[in-house]
Design a protein around this ligand. Structure first.
Ligand SMILES: [Zn+2]
Length: 138
C-alpha cells in the first residue's frame, strides 16, 4: 500500500483526518513488514547456529573417539573402563546440574562472598546477605 500524497488531500475526496489515518495505517503496515523480515533473519541465524553447533558436536565426538583409541592403543588402557568412567562423569555432571536447578537462583552474599540459594538470603541496608551473615549482623 502506498501513502497518500498532498494532491489526494487537496484535490481528492479525502479529508485531512482520513489522510492522517490512512498514512498512519501505511506506516504501521510497513513497520510490521520490516518486523517480519527481522524475525525471519533471526530464525535464519538460529538455524545457522544450530547447524554450526551440530558440526562442532561431531568434531568433539571424533576428538573423544580418537583420544580414546590413542589411550587404548598406546597405553594399553581398558576401553571398557574408559567407557565406564566417561559415563560416570556424565552422570555426575547431570546430577550436579539437576541439583543446581532444584536449588533455584544462586546469589553472591555481600558479607562473606559465598554463593547461596536465593531462598537463604536476606535483604539488608548493606545488600543481600546469607542467613549466617544476617544472624551475625543482628
Ligand atoms: Zn554470607
Amino acid at each position: 500500500m502506498k501513502k497518500l500524497g498532498w494532491a489526494e488531500m487537496a484535490f481528492g475526496n479525502v479529508t485531512a483526518k482520513e489522510y492522517r489515518v490512512i498514512n498512519g495505517a501505511v506506516d504501521g503496515i510497513e513497520a510490521l513488514q520490516s518486523a517480519d523480515v527481522s524475525l525471519a533473519e533471526q530464525v535464519h541465524k538460529l538455524f545457522r547456529l544450530d547447524i554450526e553447533q551440530a558440526e562442532e558436536i561431531d568434531r568433539l565426538r571424533l576428538t573423544v573417539r580418537v583420544l580414546t583409541e590413542v589411550l587404548v592403543d598406546t597405553l594399553g588402557l581398558d576401553e571398557t573402563v574408559l567407557q565406564y568412567r566417561l559415563e560416570a562423569a556424565i552422570d555426575e555432571a547431570e546430577e550436579s546440574k539437576r541439583a543446581t536447578q532444584k536449588q533455584g537462583k544462586v546469589i553472591r552474599c555481600e558479607g562473606c562472598t559465598t554463593m547461596v540459594p536465593s531462598s537463604r538470603t536476606n535483604i539488608t541496608a548493606f545488600g543481600v546477605v546469607c542467613d549466617d551473615c544476617f544472624a551475625r549482623q543482628s
